[in-house]
Design a binder for this molecule. Sequence first.
Ligand code: GDP
Length: 330
Amino acid sequence: MKGLSSDALFDQILEGDIQALSAAITLVESKNDGHSKEAQQLIQQCLPHSGNAIRVGITGVPGVGKSSFIEAFGKVLTDCGKKVAVLAIDPSSSISGGSILGDKTRMANLVTNENVFIRPSAAGETLGGVARKTRESVILCEAAGFDIILIETVGVGQSETVVKSMVDFFLLLMLSGAGDELQGIKKGIMEMADALVITKADGDNVRAANRASQEYRNAMHLFPPNENEWIPQVFTCSAFEGTNVARVFEVIQSFENQVGINGSFEKNRREQDKKWLRETLNEMLLRAFYNNEYLGKAFQEAEEQMAKGEATSFQAAEQLFELYRKHGKI
Ligand code: GDP
């Protein structure tokens, strides 16, 4: 793909060319300034062709069965004629070398499906960095004609909040038989879920899964109603036996239908855009501030002043900010 102009890449992306899509995401992920410019131009071109997919976030602790579920779910979707993109947000990949979607043995069948595009999380990035790149990748995937974008994340940190803020539908996978504490899932994450699915409901585990499902259903009833009037669904599934995997798709479709009709679907996307505008600006301002040459030395001096007891942290911050207002270039 090297040497291809962004116009040529754009044309190929619109034709659904996977290699071009891959190359474009590589540009988005690149730290090279020239690449970033090219990537921005591409995203700009793709933007009018994006927005038509349904964006689904999938989270759950490691071992809950995310990749097995996505493998089975991806098959259901492609059997219905859908094109599916699977992206991941995994800030831990910089530390662990990639715990999700890292190796191709996960979702081995899906990898070879020509209607599926799988892309691991960009490594060596902060959560904010990965999130921005994932959002941009979503635009590229949509322009390439993907109907459903699955964004996978490990449900143990802040990354699910970030995923929630870029998807239409949020699916939480849970194990039966393990307490919530054990699963590290906080109430806040359960509250974000549009569907909560108990995995591995097969063999000896069916009864426990049904019981867990009932318990979670009761618990979810206690949450305040969603503004979009959607009532989160709770049920069990087995990726191995394929039980209820298709039901997840049905639930997503009825969600899309319901919140589409009452206007919440579009409203949510507009709110998300506003949020991301602010986030991006925050990031830019912080970078401009901390990378400012003039301030570097003043920063050190302020720290010394504080050490000597000559300034409080608040005074030092005010001084630095004043300096930035006088001399800062964004
Ligand atoms: P992830 O870490 O969340 O991606 O989980 P995996 O999909 O890798 O699954 C973790 C373990 O659970 C593996 O040993 C799977 O074989 C097993 N597993 C996943 N789905 C099912 C299922 O539907 N039924 C049963 N019995 N085991 C499952």
